[in-house]
Write a protein that binds this ligand. Structure first.
Ligand SMILES: Cc1cc2nc3c(=O)[nH]c(=O)nc-3n(C[C@H](O)[C@H](O)[C@H](O)COP(=O)(O)O)c2cc1C
Length: 373
């Protein structure tokens, strides 16, 4: 008998071997660096590089680096801004607005800096994520003819038409049925339906109720399941719910190629599922992160989160100070509830191999539930 593999029609659409996608994860480029993206693509999946918050030049450099490591299909993910308040176009301008309009929030961060005895430090870049920024990075992605584009948050409409003209596959990420329908109307090739147990920005509906509802609503548009998937059991369950592929983030954060700080990898490896909570401290939106002293201080403060981009710029100044002091335990560490199951660092190729073999094993095993009489 031939050796079984895990391959379906969706793989042919993306020209990949297995319907497993590395989720594009931002985090200043550390979570999905080119070597991780290329390793997943080389192993037969689709490596998607999170470029949100990176400059257009850095995004282009990273695309070139992926291409130097693999000739397999890969993609780029951006958090397209949905609602943006009119703000100054520079960090310093936003800081001045914060001091004027949100003094309590500025005082909150100052108190944190004093409490943890952190040095004065500011982010090196001057990127404020607004529509202008998004447009410039999208131009780079189109110019580089990246094979796959994924849009987290926001509306991918702007890239669908020019992307399709050059053969790009466009994916839209959604945490609700309503948003999945909206993504379809924008013309995406597939919808990533992400349950609330996921790491990073997250909605309110869990993976199990979300996936079948999205499948029922948008079929025949393919659905890619996300949120809490880290082994063959999760993949087999996603297929059973009607998804055609999976989009995996947290499980790849413990890959050897992933460049998040060691302290943050250790939080994921040691943490239990309950320690990964939703907080609005870091971006103003709901983000599932490892619960630390800073997110606790925010919860205790009873402050309201600020609109985009104010909360992010406010907290990025805190992060710069914590990083300068080497206090990586105090910074944003987005990761999902499935962290509780992750115990070991592994090379991405090994993670991929276990995912594929585990899925085949589960699909075979499930057949044992059928009896004939
Ligand atoms: C560290 C981290 C950063 C993330 N950054 C982004 C991002 O920049 N863009 C995006 O579309 N999704 C982002 N996400 C969400 C992932 O794309 C994905 O949907 C999620 O990780 C899937 O759930 P899982 O973490 O349980 O595997 C991020 C998730 C994590 C854990």
């Amino acid at each position: 008998m031939n050796k079984p593999t895990f391959h379906n029609a969706f793989c042919d659409e993306l020209s990949i071997e297995y319907p497993i996608l590395l989720a594009g994860m931002g985090v200043a480029g550390r979570a999905t660096p080119p070597k991780l993206v290329a390793a997943v693509s080389e192993a037969g999946g689709a490596g998607i590089m999170g470029c949100s918050g990176l400059s257009p030049e850095e995004t282009r450099r990273r695309i070139h680096e992926v291409r130097s490591l693999t000739d397999k299909p890969f993609g780029v993910d951006l958090l397209l801004p949905a609602k943006i308040s009119a703000s100054a176009p520079t960090r310093q301008g936003v800081r001045e607005q914060l001091i004027k309009d949100y003094p309590e929030h500025v005082a909150f961060v100052k108190e944190l800096i004093t409490k943890f005895d952190l040095p004065e430090a500011y982010p090196e870049d001057d990127i404020v994520v607004d529509n202008e920024y998004a447009k410039t990075v999208i131009d780079v992605i189109l110019d580089e003819k990246v094979p796959i584009f994924a849009a987290g948050l926001g509306d991918p409409k702007v890239i669908v038409e020019p992307g399709h003209t050059q053969g790009m596959k466009v994916l839209g990420l959604s945490g609700s049925v309503r948003n999945a329908i909206r993504q379809c109307k924008s013309g995406v090739d597939a919808v990533i339906a992400q349950g609330s147990e996921a790491g990073g920005h997250t909605g309110r509906v869990s993976t199990f109720p979300l996936i079948p509802q999205v499948v029922d609503e948008i079929s025949p548009t393919p659905v890619i399941a996300a949120g809490g998937i880290a082994d063959g059991r999760g993949i087999a369950a996603s297929l059973a719910l009607g998804a055609q592929a999976v989009w995996i983030g947290t499980a790849f954060l413990v890959a050897e190629e992933c460049e998040i700080y060691d302290t943050n990898k250790n939080q994921i490896l040691a943490g239990n599922s309950q320690e990964f909570e939703v907080s609005r401290i870091w971006t103003g939106k709901t983000v599932r992160v490892f619960h630390n002293e800073v997110s606790k201080a925010w919860a205790d403060s009873n402050l309201d989160p600020l609109p985009t981009p104010y909360q992010r710029i406010l907290m990025e100044d805190f992060t710069a100070a914590a990083q300068k002091a080497g206090r990586h335990d105090l910074i944003l560490n987005p990761a999902g509830q499935i962290s509780g199951m992750l115990k070991k660092r592994k090379p991405a190729a090994k993670i991929m191999q276990e995912l594929v073999e585990g899925t085949i094993e589960q699909l075979n095993h499930l057949k044992n539930n059928i009896s004939y009489y």
